[in-house]
Design a protein around this ligand. Structure first.
Ligand code: ZN
Length: 218
């Protein structure tokens, strides 16, 4: 079961927990929903064993310290986004006057920046798919070949932020959008983005309501 937590502090950013029947869970991003997530887990006796981060931007990783303090999980992040956890300028919290950084480096697995790999966590087959662009270490996580968590790339009615000041590699970013579009279309994956509506398929996208995507695909 996948449970979504959305927080409008930062443009409806999404965190997700994938919960197994034995109540062990994997958290994908934290998205400023730390307290809500913790309270939900306490109420339902759920233990977060792993955290997978799609990228290092503030609106996806803030509250990670609260999750660590409560569950002490193992955290996965792309090697290229690792340093951003400890640098407010890289994770953008500096520009939001928050100066957020993680205090300890324990239990963090920073995986290879550019090669796909398969891992198995809690009996779930997870494919780690790095797709730099939005950040140098932006990464997709495909669960059991059906659910894909894609951070800030494709949304139902738009695409991730890609302004110059975010230091987005535009060429790679556009490539990552095309990549997820075709990959998810071919396989009919259920898509869990970093913001806005969650759990949609490519066939649910109306290109007339997603002009940015329409432009990229033309
Ligand atoms: Zn972002």
């Amino acid at each position: 079961m996948i449970k979504n937590f959305q927080n409008n502090k930062f443009n409806f950013s999404n965190a997700y927990i994938h919960i197994k029947r034995n109540k062990e869970a994997i958290l994908i991003d934290t998205a400023a929903s730390g307290e809500k997530i913790i309270n939900y887990c306490i109420d339902h006796d759920i233990k977060i064993k792993y955290v997978l981060l799609t990228h290092n931007h503030l609106d996806h990783v803030i509250d990670l310290d609260k999750i660590i303090a409560k569950f002490n999980p193992i955290i996965y992040i792309n090697q290229n986004d690792f340093l951003g956890l400890f640098d407010p300028k890289i994770n953008r919290s500096f520009f939001a006057n928050l100066d957020w950084k993680l205090k300890n480096k324990d239990n963090i697995i920073s995986f290879a920046a550019n090669s796909k790999q398969k891992i198995n966590l809690l009996g779930i087959n997870i494919k780690i798919i790095p797709v730099s662009g939005h950040t140098a270490g932006s990464t997709f996580y495909l669960f059991d070949n059906q659910d894909i968590f894609i951070g800030d790339t494709l949304f139902l009615k738009g695409i991730g932020m890609h302004q110059k000041e975010l230091k987005v590699d535009l060429k790679k970013f556009m490539r990552s959008i095309k990549f997820i579009y075709h990959l998810a279309k071919e396989n009919d994956y259920l898509i869990y983005p970093g913001h806005y509506q969650s759990g949609f398929r490519i066939k649910d996208i109306d290109l007339n309501l997603n002009s940015e995507l329409k432009e990229i695909l033309r």
